[in-house]
Design a protein around this ligand. Structure first.
Ligand code: CA
Length: 411
């Protein structure tokens, strides 16, 4: 516990006491105001804008502590943990910053490529190469293109991370053909490494109609590559005429979360539905996840999309989701909790529209329970990751977004 935390815990405790005392007084003269005050979580009893305050909040499995590590980030999108305890954070508006463990935010790191910022596009994921300790290499994903001139696509680059700059930036992978046009929605963009020398890259559908079903296009796909940029010989569509060999799976709408299940080793992904129909999928090679032919959602107009024939049905040839939501939380990132605390084995999901962290309890591959967390922050959750310290870190998507640390309930 650092000096700020100690101070603020004591502030929090004294504020809580003084607030209950005031509420008691107020109740005598204005009873109508009392119930709302009584329902306030402990975490709201101190102003949420103070950096480093460690707030206590009740959850189904016990108390959690929520600490704002850093703030005033411009639409932060992704988070990576550096070996020295600091953080790398992308801002969708095009900047990469380093944040110290104490929450000091650096000036933008130089050498980041020009990115297309618009709609869902911008600087997206950041991930350390598996050999980062030796190579200092990072991977960045971003939207690339020029507004109004030609379509925008997803690009992945690598660079060596210096103190204040990126060196030796190279384009590692480029979505061709690019397919996103105004209003520039749905890029996916999440990066995932296995321990076998591969990288997985999720692609949104770029709002490009049937593209997720077309195997000569990369929109709406999860792609798998070797770490030297070549295509693995055992990818499912290698040698199939008319199909791009990079493709691992297809029929995705917007997988902004992708990760390995810690015990089965299978890839799980989120998928944002249009209006309704967000999905959790188990991503298998060569499989078709159905978008836009089948979906539990409807278009934003309230009508079924032109291409959609209806929901997933047994025997329709498409991979049904492990779970879906009729009302979309607008799922972003995904993290499996593996540390030794009460959330071990749970799946954590960011929610943009519902402004929550969602805790999913699994029995095998079946979702048996969900708990909605962090509602009191009232912030869109863009990224969620488990840190090397076993705590959970989230980024909030806002013009003045923040990095929060969540200490899960103890076992
Ligand atoms: Ca689906």
């Amino acid at each position: 516990m650092n000096k700020y935390t100690r101070l603020l815990v004591s502030v929090a405790i004294s504020s809580a006491f003084s607030l209950s005392a005031q509420a008691g007084t107020a109740a005598a003269t204005a009873p109508a105001a009392a119930p709302a005050a009584a329902e306030l979580p402990a975490a709201l009893r101190v102003p949420p804008s103070i950096k480093s305050e460690r707030q206590l909040a009740g959850t189904q499995l016990g108390p959690i502590h929520v600490t704002k590590v850093a703030e005033k980030l411009s639409h932060p999108w992704a988070l990576a943990f550096l070996p020295d305890g600091s953080f790398l954070v992308t801002e969708r508006t095009g900047k990469l910053r380093r944040i110290t463990a104490q929450g000091d935010v650096s000036e933008p790191i130089a050498g980041v490529p020009t990115v297309f910022v618009g709609g869902h596009g911008g600087l997206l994921d950041v991930a350390l190469a598996p050999d980062f300790k030796q190579s200092q290499t990072i991977f960045l994903s971003y939207a690339e293109g020029t507004d109004g001139e030609e379509p925008v696509g997803l690009t992945v680059g690598t660079a060596k991370l210096g103190e204040n700059s990126l060196e030796d930036f190279k384009v590692f992978y480029r979505q061709e053909p690019k397919q996103a046009v105004a209003p520039y929605w749905e890029y996916g963009g999440r990066l995932l490494f296995d321990n076998k020398g591969h990288i997985f890259i999720s692609h949104g559908d770029n709002h490009a109609n049937l593209a997720p079903q077309q195997l000569d296009k990369l929109a709406g796909k999860v792609v798998r590559l070797n770490l030297d940029g070549t295509v693995p010989k055992d990818n499912p569509f290698v040698g199939k005429p008319g199909a791009r060999p990079e493709i691992w799976s297809y029929g995705h709408r917007n997988a902004e979360g992708i990760g390995f299940h810690p015990t089965t080793g299978q890839i799980w992904s989120t998928d944002q539905g249009p209006r309704g129909g967000d999905e959790l999928n188990i991503v298998k090679p060569g499989k078709n996840y159905g978008w836009p032919i089948v979906s539990y959602g409807v278009d934003y107009t309230g009508q079924q999309t032109v291409e959609t024939t209806g929901p997933h049905r047994k025997g329709d040839g498409f991979e049904a989701p492990a779970y879906y939501w009729a009302k979309s939380p607008a799922l972003s990132s995904l993290a499996f909790a593996t540390a030794d605390n009460a959330w071990k084995g749970n799946l954590l999901l960011g929610s943009l529209a519902d402004k929550q962290l969602i805790r999913i309890v699994l029995e095998g591959n079946k979702v048996v329970h969900e708990e909605r967390l962090l509602s009191f922050l009232n912030q869109r959750v863009r990224d969620v990751k488990q840190g090397p310290d076993g705590n959970i870190y989230v980024l909030t998507d806002d013009p003045s977004g923040a990095l929060y640390k969540i200490e899960p309930p103890k076992k």
